[in-house]
Design a protein around this ligand. Sequence first.
Ligand SMILES: C[S@@+](CC[C@H](N)C(=O)[O-])C[C@H]1O[C@@H](n2cnc3c(N)ncnc32)[C@H](O)[C@@H]1O
Length: 250
Amino acid sequence: MRRILVIGIGAGNPDYVTVQAIDAMNRADVFFLPDKGSEKAGLRALRLEILERFVRNPTPRLVDIAVPSRAKSERYLDDVDAWHGALAAAYRAAIEAALPEGGTGALLVWGDPALYDSMIRLVERIEAGGLALACEVIPGISSVQALAAGHRIALNRIGAPVLLTTGRRVAQATPEEDFVVLLDGEETFARAELAEHEVWWGAYLGTPDEVLVTGRAGDVAAEISALRKRLRAAKGWIMDTYLARRHRPD
Ligand SMILES: C[S@@+](CC[C@H](N)C(=O)[O-])C[C@H]1O[C@@H](n2cnc3c(N)ncnc32)[C@H](O)[C@@H]1O
């Protein structure tokens, strides 16, 4: 049977790579690397830097996988399902072609594989399609942990929950509880409903370009929005996330 290691590499800083991840990388015969085009070239460079720094196995093979793009219609879940189908087919074809029976392949996942990442589901989908794989998951430091560390805050208030969610969901309804937003294409921190929330925002967390802003959303949203535009234009891509807390008199 082929073995697949789904390895969390941390969300931006090569120092986030754990000893467990290094050991796993050094067991791999083949690394499958997503090729998402020039926009994500910066992210690919970080993956290659990690391999260069930590892999001592002299002969690992790197296999690029062309990532299809997702359709963007009104039917989000259908689009994601079709996209995952195409991705699973691309990964399966690459695994069958490049990884012999008994071989070990590695998939390097940004941050932690359990958080807003489809790689574990893709491996399940490939297995459900009939290709036997033994899968191991190695956790990584997520952008949410990097955000809390950057701002030197605890994520939760004492005894209180924290919701992890997306910009898409927050645009539909503002959560009651404290929440962390990933995948925020909509600049939800600037919504009028959030004006009284306290926000802790960060971009390029863990990298030398890390930027942090905190304050009442109504006061800092314009600054964050301008920063996002300027940084995205300069680097060609941006990754940002934020924690929001409703103001409570206590
Ligand atoms: C597809 S999700 C992947 C999350 C990842 N698995 C993790 O553990 O952080 C991508 C989103 O994570 C957030 N993100 C990931 N890395 C980040 C970073 N270094 N700085 C800020 N946000 C980041 C952004 O909200 C981005 O849109």
